[in-house]
Design a protein around this ligand. Sequence first.
Ligand SMILES: Nc1nc2c(ncn2[C@@H]2O[C@H](COP(=O)(O)OP(=O)(O)OP(=O)(O)O)[C@@H](O)[C@H]2O)c(=O)[nH]1
Ligand SMILES: [Mg+2]
Length: 286
Amino acid sequence: MKVGLVAVAGRPNVGKSTLVNALTGEKIAITSTVPNTTRRRIFGVANGDDWQLVLVDLPGFQRPMDALTARMQETVDGSFEDVDAVLLVLSARDRIGAGDKFVARRVFSLGVPVVIALNKIDRLKHGHVASQMKVAAALGDFHALHPVSAKVRDGIDELRGDLVHLLPEGEPLFPREQTTDQTLDERIAEVIREKALHLTKDEVPHALTVEVQERDERSVRAFVLVETESQKGILVGKRGAMIREIGTRARPEVEALVGGKVFLELVVKVRPRWRRDRQTLERLGL
Ligand SMILES: Nc1nc2c(ncn2[C@@H]2O[C@H](COP(=O)(O)OP(=O)(O)OP(=O)(O)O)[C@@H](O)[C@H]2O)c(=O)[nH]1
Ligand SMILES: [Mg+2]
């Protein structure tokens, strides 16, 4: 079988996680319009008859601002060992600039094949895609360059085929039915965080994290942690309207993960400066 690991690298918000979901055909990683959505390394596994492609979704490359973003960048830096190829993701809707060049310098120096995905080509004019492809092609000595849309799933099969082609022969790394390395509690917490990200703005998305406290077959109790009382006020909302809405949006996906009806209890708590405290980050698995 062809089996191997492909790291997914790029600036924040270019669509790395959306692309991992498109390539695996499953919701592996949460996505949002807010940069720095992905905070940990996540494996997403795609299987064929005679191949297994393990995508390594990563936080975006960035300059660290606090303990959390420093750890995220450490995760990125430590994730390129033992990969068989790198998928460098760019956004065709934005200027391909210094941030992308910084990522490119790193990934082209690894000594493994680099495949470039020029993402978000949906609704872009042909001429614009063509000129962005030219800029992308100048980033380094790539194996292949694919214009794609992770969102509307355009060009995904061709990209997957090319990545599989690069993998070495080997034994499967994951059993066929396992599509990610995340635990059930981690996946539940991420789904709740995604809904909270979609409903909040400014500093709030960056200041929140979710932790599953207790779970049995019929109920899930999770803490939604924020850093200040005013953020807590926003997340609770008028008479609890906001946190109820987060629960309403999360429940169907949580139930699909758990495999049955669940009572979802969300408790908003203040944990001052959790992003700056290495010990708290460690405990949260970040
Ligand atoms: N129009 C368009 N939007 C896309 C496409 N792919 C992703 N997006 C959007 O871009 C935003 C960021 O997507 P993510 O997949 O979360 O990006 P990411 O690179 O994983 O971001 P971080 O985890 O924060 O580094 C979301 O709003 C996506 O819906 C695409 O092909 N077309
Ligand atoms: Mg992501």
